[in-house]
Design a protein around this ligand. Sequence first.
Ligand code: HSE
Length: 422
Amino acid sequence: MKEIKVGICGWGNVATGLYQAVNANKKIIERNTNLDIKINFIGARRDNPKCDPQGVEVLRDIFDVVKQDIDVVIELIGGVETARELILSAIKNKKHVITANKAVIFNHGDELFKAARENNVKILFEAAVCAGTPIIKVLQEELAGNNISKISGMLNGTTNFILAEMEKGADFEPILKIAQEKGYAEPDPSFDIDGIDAAHKIGILSHIAFGNPLPPKDFYIEGITEIAGDDFQHAKELGYVIKHLAVAKQEINAVELRAHPAFIKNTSILSSLEGVRNGIEIDTDLIGKIHITGSGAGQESTASGLISDIIHLAGCNKDYSEEVFKSSNEIKIVEFTEISFQHYFYLEVDDNPGVMALITSLVASHNIGIETIIQKDELADNQVPVFFITDLCEELKAKELLNEFKNTDVIKKVKRIRVEAD
Ligand code: HSE
């Protein structure tokens, strides 16, 4: 099995989340990648009472981590200037760097990438934008053959969480507090609520898609602090929801960049994303608009993005030509008849007294509950449509009921469609 030696700098919410996820998903990571992620050093000025690093050596000076026998330094200290120095120091020590720090990439990306190129090492930063929701490598690799004309969406989990709760009637301050407790917000939450964090992220995405420098020139940034409860009501009446949107758009010889609250149509895909979800819409020439959504903040989501970079760096993405990735005969497929669904039944039945009672008693005789039942206006030939949704029941039972309906004289037509759970 391949091995990658890792040093983590920082021991806060994100770093401990990475440590826990690497340990919790060790077997899955090994099965998917044949890679053993060895966290050999942690750089932390102080212990974190929420997480015991067990046998891992803790260095009190984070700058000592870059000098160790490791392949990659994972910068999770946050902030800008010390993070920049740490990354440059790692690069000079010929260490690859992974970071979740959008502020340092936004402000010093050009300088850091140049230093990495000159020293033949890589900087990966999937978790810097939308945490673990994949977007950086999607743009750099999966969509590399496309001409991208626009990227827009909600790139800050904290503000999306706050706005969705305010829409339901909550007040701003207590919801911000909850976002902080859940580990969504930045150490200084004004970065979230003033739109700066989303601006950093759209600046980085714009750099990847359109090649603007990092940092980009000043662009329009507005936060959510002026949004009040009434605004949600007014938006709703007009068919909109309020989201904090960040946009990068390719214009002729220019890039449009902005981050601010906006009304978006309540029918759009992005409008339905609540809580800490981020949502990105990308306009491409070859596959049209694509949408990517997922949790955009928090320990676990960020850990997912960091692990993806570690695997990528190690060159361990699944390669089906390798023997280790062969199928396992021990994996059994669940019997379809044992799967439980709710079911929609549509019947056309004789419009005679007692027929409805017969239908409901047939359903009950199969021990199936009815969630909703509706009878509609009469059709031709004394037929009437009846349709209903069952409670959850095993496929086998629903099939037996279907067969019984088919063999019942007063039922002239039967159709069944399974309801997929959320
Ligand atoms: N504070 C950020 C957010 C964390 O709420 O989206 C993830 O970058």
